[in-house]
Design a protein around this ligand. Structure first.
Ligand SMILES: [Zn+2]
Length: 183
């Protein structure tokens, strides 16, 4: 079953100490909770991720364990403005600091800018990637620009550069004015 894992369980401290980097390009199908958020799966839908460990000295000279994570995925959702299908890119970049116990994590998580997690020798990186992507999803998926007009233009075989070919309305007006004054 181990090859089914998206990312291996990590010994976080060792990972940071070695300043290791792991990255992956995994089918969205492998992320059970995330795939429920996408109408379509398949070859266009990959979770790209990269994790980097770091030991960083704090102000007191102690070495803190950090994990830097970046991840992105494109989900097929429904645009809430035009109700058409929308490919929504979800991307994130976050840093996590690891502490020894749950109590310390709870105590520090509110005041720290970064997220504070509990150290583990079998840290579930895949679950973190999935959690973070789920949290980074927009509450209301929307096209940046709804595609009604763009779509018509793109389906027109003669379509090339609409802005260059459409007459500028002001230019048309100016021409009308000249024509009028000329006659
Ligand atoms: Zn839309």
């Amino acid at each position: 079953m181990s090859q089914a894992l998206v990312a291996p369980l990590l010994d976080i401290k060792a990972f940071a100490k070695a300043a290791s980097t792991l990255s992956g390009h995994d089918a969205l199908e492998k992320f059970e909770r995330l795939r429920e958020e996408s109408h379509a799966l398949g070859t266009d839908h990959w979770v790209e991720w990269r994790a980097e460990g770091e030991l960083r000295e704090d102000l007191a000279g102690r070495e803190d364990v950090w994990l830097h994570l970046s991840a992105n995925v494109t989900l097929s959702q429904t645009c809430q403005r035009c109700l058409g299908p929308a490919e929504i890119l979800v991307a994130l970049e976050r840093s996590f600091r690891f502490v020894a116990t749950e109590e310390v994590a709870e105590e520090q998580d509110d005041e720290a800018e970064e997220d504070v997690l509990v150290m583990s020798r079998e840290f579930d990186l895949a679950a973190l990637i999935e959690d973070e992507l789920l949290m980074a999803m927009p509450l209301v998926p929307l096209h940046e620009v709804c595609p009604t007009e763009v779509k018509l233009s793109a389906e027109d075989p003669d379509f090339e550069a609409p802005s260059g070919q459409k007459p500028n309305p002001f230019a048309v007006l100016a021409k009308l004015k000249i024509d009028k004054s000329g006659t």
